[in-house]
Design a protein around this ligand. Structure first.
Ligand SMILES: [Zn+2]
Length: 303
C-alpha cells in the first residue's frame, strides 16, 4: 500500500473507531446527564394562598432556622427527569422545594441529574396490563385476591426493575460521600396512565416514596409485600403534569411529604402537618418531634 493510501485508510479507521465509540457511548449511556446549573434556579417563594398558623395541629412548629432555629443538615439529591418533563419545570419545582425546606434548616444539594430513557416509569397503559393478566388466565377487572396479587406484582415489576437499574449509579455516589444521605427524586410526567389499572388499584396516588425500611405508606398492604425493595437509596416519585391540575400547591406539598418519608418520617393524624396522609396545600408544618427525628437522622449520617 502506498503512503498516501495508508493515510487514507488510517483516517478512515480513526473515523470508524470514533463513530463506533460514539455509538457505544449512546448505547451504554441511555440516561443523558443534565448540567446541574440548569436545575439550580433560585428558590421560589411558595404561593401562600392558605398559610397555616403555627399550632394548627395543636403542636406548634419548632422555630425554623430562618428565625434562629437549629440547622438540621444537608440532603444530597440525585434527580431523574421523565420524558416530557422540561428542565425549566423541574428547576422551578426544585426551587419551590428549597423555598420550603431552607427556612426549616434543611439544605438540598443536587449532585447528579439525568433524563430517564423510558417514556415514563409508571405510565402503564391499561391495555398492556390487561393483556399481561389475561395471559395468566386472570380477569383484569376481577376483584379476587389472585387478580389483585397478580396486578400488584405486574404493577410493581417496573418499579423494582427501575430501582435495581439505578442502584449501581447511586451506590457509586454514596461511595464518594457516604456520610451524607442520598435521596433519588424522580420527576415524572405522569405517575400512572389515565386508562391504567394503576389508577384503579391506587386511586388518588399523588406521589410515592420507596425506602429500604419499607416506609411505603402510600401503597396498600398487598402491594407493599409484593415489592421486595432492592438495595437502593430512598426514592421519591411525583407526577409533574397531573398534580398541578388537581390544584395549586398540591405538587409542592406532595414533593415535600414524600421527602419527609424518604428521610424516615411516617404518617401522623394531625391536620396541617406535612406528614398527615392528606396534607394541606400551603406551608404544612413540621412539629418539634419530627424536627428532632430529622435532626438525628441527618446527624446519624454524619451531618
Ligand atoms: Zn405519605
Amino acid at each position: 500500500m502506498s503512503a498516501p493510501n495508508r493515510r487514507v485508510w488510517l483516517a478512515a479507521l480513526a473515523l470508524i473507531v470514533l463513530l463506533g465509540g460514539l455509538g457505544l457511548h449512546l448505547l451504554f449511556d441511555p440516561e443523558p446527564s443534565i448540567p446541574l446549573a440548569r436545575l439550580s434556579g433560585p428558590a421560589e417563594t411558595l404561593e401562600a394562598a392558605c398559610v397555616l398558623a403555627p399550632g394548627a395541629d395543636g403542636s406548634p412548629e419548632e422555630r425554623p432556622a430562618s428565625e434562629g432555629g437549629a440547622r438540621l443538615g444537608r440532603i444530597r439529591a440525585r434527580i431523574l427527569l421523565g420524558q416530557g418533563v422540561s428542565e425549566e419545570a423541574a428547576s422551578r419545582q426544585l426551587g419551590r422545594l428549597r423555598a420550603y425546606i431552607e427556612p426549616r434548616g434543611l439544605e438540598l444539594e443536587l449532585i447528579e441529574a439525568r433524563r430517564l430513557p423510558i417514556r415514563a416509569l409508571l405510565e402503564l397503559e391499561g391495555n398492556s396490563l390487561d393483556a399481561a393478566l389475561e395471559a395468566q388466565w386472570l380477569d383484569p377487572r376481577g376483584d379476587g385476591g389472585a387478580e389483585r396479587e397478580a396486578t400488584a406484582a405486574l404493577l410493581l415489576a417496573p418499579i423494582r426493575a427501575f430501582l435495581e437499574a439505578q442502584a449501581e449509579a447511586s451506590l457509586e455516589l454514596e461511595r464518594r460521600a457516604p456520610q451524607e444521605p442520598l435521596v433519588q427524586i424522580v420527576l415524572l410526567h405522569r405517575i400512572s396512565g389515565i386508562a391504567s389499572i394503576a389508577r384503579r388499584i391506587l386511586p388518588g396516588l399523588r406521589g410515592l416514596a420507596i425506602t429500604s425500611e419499607g416506609a411505603l405508606e402510600e401503597l396498600p398492604a398487598e402491594l407493599r409485600q409484593a415489592l421486595e425493595v432492592p438495595e437502593s437509596p430512598p426514592t421519591i416519585f411525583v407526577s409533574m403534569d397531573d398534580l398541578p391540575r388537581a390544584g395549586s400547591g398540591i405538587l409542592d406539598t406532595t414533593l415535600m411529604h414524600e421527602l419527609g418519608h424518604a428521610l424516615g418520617l411516617t404518617h401522623v393524624e394531625l391536620p396541617g402537618n406535612l406528614m398527615s396522609a392528606d396534607p394541606q396545600r400551603c406551608l404544612p408544618h413540621l412539629n418539634a418531634s419530627q424536627r428532632a427525628s430529622l435532626r438525628s437522622r441527618l446527624e446519624a449520617s454524619g451531618r
